[in-house]
Design a protein around this ligand. Sequence first.
Ligand SMILES: Cc1cc2nc3c(=O)[nH]c(=O)nc-3n(C[C@H](O)[C@H](O)[C@H](O)COP(=O)(O)OP(=O)(O)OC[C@H]3O[C@@H](n4cnc5c(N)ncnc54)[C@H](O)[C@@H]3O)c2cc1C
Length: 595
Amino acid sequence: MAQYLSVETLNWLLFEVFNVESLLSASRFQDHDVQSLRQILDTVKKFADSELYPVFREMDADPARMVDGQVKVHPAVGTMMQRASDLGLIGSTFDYEHGGMQLPATVYQGMSFVVDAANNHMTGYTGLTSGAAGLIIEFGDDHLKQTYLPKMMNGQWAGTMCLTEPQAGSSLSDIVTEAHPQEDGSYKIDGQKIWISGGDHQYCENFIHLVLARIPGGGPGTKGISLLVVPKLRPGEGGLVPNDVTTVGDFQKMGQRGYTTTHLVFGENHDCKGWLVGKAHRGLESMFLLMNGARIHVGRHGAAIASAAYYASLQFAKERPQGRRLQAGGAKNASQDQTLIINHPDVRRMLLTQKAITEGSLALILQASFYYDKEHTLEGEESKRYHELLELLTPMVKTYPSEAGKRSVDTGLQVLGGAGFCDEYVLQQYYRDIRIMSIYEGTTGIQSLDLLGRKIFMADGKALMHLYQEIESTLGSAREVADLAVYADQLKQHLDLNQQLLQHLAPLAAKGDFEALLSDATLYMEFLSNVVVAWQWLKMARAAYPQKDHSAFMAAKVHTMKFFFQYELARNHSVAQIIMQPERLTIVTPEEILD
Ligand SMILES: Cc1cc2nc3c(=O)[nH]c(=O)nc-3n(C[C@H](O)[C@H](O)[C@H](O)COP(=O)(O)OP(=O)(O)OC[C@H]3O[C@@H](n4cnc5c(N)ncnc54)[C@H](O)[C@@H]3O)c2cc1C
């Protein structure tokens, strides 16, 4: 079977670079040890090898679709939902009392990365079920917990998140789905939601939709939105009865075709009931718990697809003879055998780009998850500090692996030449699959507004100060190694450049010119993400250094760190130059330029 990730790198990141063992002293994780965590990862890898990777291409060729009014998905979705519970792919981070395993989130992300890399059409089914169950645990009353959690936790019932409507995508303040209070304490739901992932299929008995809707009197905008549980089948006398939730379509897509994307109508026959989760009119705040988790999951999907694409490109480059090395007399020297393309510097540049982006992205995801675990096992100010760090990192964790991952897969397709463009090879599927990552769960544009418009300046820039402290600590440690000191100095220069950028932008914020401040938010996202991924690479290179006898594995990490600094981080100078241009060419002008 083809390789789709490096298990050695994943384990090294988890157990050496991030030292997951250090988390296990928290009472929450006391039942786990390194050996048991390794076993869990091993079991997930075997499942991914035997059940998920082999059907990855079939799921693209035979996509989810409506047949006679029913959504049909690949049978492997049924296997995934059945096995998800034993494998810990639904509630592994939840408390024991809710049927969870109390695993560190860092380990859960590692497990899910394996599944994503094997078959990215799959983890959404269990990930959304887990996210929806998490919302019920956090904000639902006992009745909701007893009614829905047990079957969601064992994969019999699936969960979804229902935010988007035809007129309300990025702008959730415009949603119009209504929830009218009833005498029995339920709400009558009326509206429609589009592009709902995992919203219906033949392998789950029931679908538990977590729906954003307006209860009359809630006021306009995002503050008037409430969160409700709206099942496809509701508990009634004698068992489950239809709840007037109709699946009217399954969107056909360019990628992730095995992952159903449904159009749902609630209350076509005025008989759709929902139950409030948390407080009325405060639903978006609650939904953010799921959305923040989902943003990290989307970043992880991007990193995992980029990983699978990298190994497919690498294998091809090791097998494809073409041309001759320049030092052997080049193309003119036809008496020489052709060389493998992996020996051409330009092909190596492409492969190194893929490797640097993929492993840098994975490290960033694990870093964020590590902060999540710290936040949830520490208390008081310490916990708050990790919460703020996670808040700041989340838009970058969503965006960098999606955007740079897309470039990485594109570069990987180029490695294959004409074969990359043809169906026979898998690269074109990865190229199509990864495209959605920078769109759903908040587009890159929206994540960038969140980063520059909110997270950077929140609490007087406190989260950014924490991030600087974290990076400075890595710089200090890197400077202990003579070979790494120069890279520590380079990264420090980029931190200083970031300060210059913020000094340039802060006056725009001060005078309330938000359009100018945020007009290049996406470029700022690129800049700061490059800095945090360079930090991850320096951290990895530092971890590769304790051993004097440098193994090939460790040498590859240091080499890739150098590549990232030289070929990726260096681009930040031109990005900063664009952001600091005094003229803002993208703001609407009196005369329309875009004719
Ligand atoms: C395959 C798929 C699965 C999905 N799954 C789900 C799901 O499970 N649940 C769910 O609720 N939704 C889901 N969605 C919806 C998804 O989250 C939205 O598509 C996404 O949030 C963008 O909204 P939109 O498509 O309406 O684009 P729009 O909001 O119309 O945006 C179009 C463009 O304008 C830009 N833009 C919009 N507003 C601004 C602004 N204020 N400033 C700057 N730029 C702006 C955007 O960045 C984008 O480039 C899914 C979508 C797809 C395609």
